[in-house]
Design a protein. Structure first.
Length: 255
């Protein structure tokens, strides 16, 4: 009797293990199917065109890091030493208000956009943009803390947060240069955000924050241009409509 009960218990355990194995196998197959579908969906938007070597990837990322460090340091230097600049640089800064321009978001979003869409893949875009912002933000606030002698914590927290989410944003932005309708909509949405960073407007007024912001928006339009002039014009028009709608929903601008 005892042996029969033990056999029955072993049978139940073996059956349970078999069912558990089938369940795990089924879940694994489902996750693989979802992954394949997601990859196909993303590849239909934009696919990697020309693979590059690992050495080239490392060189590109290091170059982007040093670009971020250089621009972050220069931005804070210009802001802190504006009264002691060389005469030529001081004249340019006085005419174009460069130090305040570099303190706003538009130019950095444009640079990140260019790094993103000209990267080799969406993953590479995430890495390169994140590295750029790490270099830029770190050098800016290290200069501010140790050379300028103050640390604006609230502004720093905003930039730290922006740096943290930049890989996700770069991953999405990379697909904006694809050929599909979704890529077109994504490009228009990016331009809409850039538009709200470059211009101030309301029912009875419309102003650019500066001539440099106008140039930023034009470059953004050129970078995201479509295959035909008509499509590019349509994208620009849709982006302005989206910008107005975004302004109604989110009236606060990162400018």
């Amino acid at each position: 009797m005892l042996k029969e009960k033990l056999k029955m218990m072993n049978g139940v355990l073996e059956n349970g293990n078999y069912q558990l194995g089938q369940f795990k196998f089924g879940e694994l197959r489902k996750s693989q199917v979802v992954r394949v579908i997601m990859i196909k969906f993303l590849n239909d938007i934009r696919n990697v065109e020309k693979p590059i070597s690992n050495n080239r990837k490392i060189i590109n990322t290091i170059a982007v890091l040093f670009l971020g460090i250089a621009l972050g340091t220069f931005s804070k230097f210009l802001d802190f030493r504006q009264a002691e600049l060389p005469s030529g640089l001081m004249a340019i800064d006085a005419a174009l208000d460069v130090h305040n321009f570099l303190g706003r978001f538009a130019i950095w979003v444009l640079i990140a956009l260019c790094i993103s869409i000209y990267s080799n893949s969406a993953i590479r875009a995430s890495i390169n943009v994140f590295v750029f912002f790490v270099g830029m933000v770190a050098s800016y606030y290290l200069y501010s803390n140790y050379i300028a002698g103050f640390f604006p914590r609230s502004y720093a927290m905003i930039w730290f947060g922006f740096t943290a989410v930049s890989p996700l944003l770069a991953f999405v932005c990379w697909y904006a240069k694809g050929k599909s309708k979704l890529a077109f909509i994504l490009s228009a949405l990016i331009l809409a955000v850039l538009f709200n960073m470059c211009f101030v407007y309301g029912c009875w007024y419309f102003n650019a924050k500066s001539v440099l912001e106008v140039i930023v928006f034009i470059i953004g339009l050129i970078v995201l241009r479509r295959d035909t002039l008509r499509s590019s014009a349509l994208m620009g028009t849709i982006s302005i409509v989206l910008a107005v709608l975004l302004d109604m929903v989110i009236p606060f601008h990162f400018g």
